[in-house]
Ligand binder design. Structure first.
Ligand code: SME
Length: 158
């Protein structure tokens, strides 16, 4: 079965998400392996949007540990409450950071990263990891990304 994604260019960000989400639903439906699904979500998002870094950290023994991702090599472990990822986990909230240099305790895995969005991945009421996306542009992420990325992470366990 061909697994090639249809990638849209020259359309709005919302239209790009709306094209990608049904394709991800098809790709993830019937597969319950967490790592496989996270790997395909990271790859599909990278292919559609071309962000600097997109990937997952998984909660293991009360730390976040690097999971499937696309982009430059990254920090392996993040403590709860540290950096944008550890704060999103601790607060159980989506965090949009327009300028990472203004976020107290931001962990700079790549000096090229200028803005970031992190959202918790829930199974039931428990956070099992976070999705982290980094951009080379300041102020790149907004509520449109928060809305659709939250829909996408729900597919992982669907
Ligand atoms: N900047 C993140 C660390 C992870 S990397 O960006 C891939 C943070 O502050 O938590």
């Amino acid at each position: 079965m061909a697994e090639d994604l249809t990638i849209l260019t020259n359309v709005s960000k919302a239209q790009q998400y709306l094209s990608l989400i049904p394709q991800l639903e098809a790709l993830l439906t019937g597969e319950d392996d967490l790592i496989a699904n996270m790997g395909n979500v990271a790859a599909a998002l990278k292919e559609q949007f071309g962000w600097l870094w997109v990937g997952f950290y998984l909660v293991k023994n009360d730390q976040l540990v690097l999971g499937p991702f696309q982009g430059p090599v990254a920090c392996t472990r993040i403590q709860k409450g540290r950096g944008v990822c550890g704060t999103s986990w601790a607060k159980e909230e989506t965090l949009i950071v327009a300028d990472v240099d203004q976020f107290p305790g931001h962990i700079a895995c790549s000096s090229a990263s200028k803005s970031e969005i992190v959202l918790p991945v829930f199974v039931g009421s428990e956070v099992v990891g976070v999705l982290d996306v980094d951009s080379e542009e300041l102020g790149h992420f907004d509520e449109v990304d928060a809305l659709y990325l939250n829909q996408i992470v729900k597919l992982i366990y669907g």
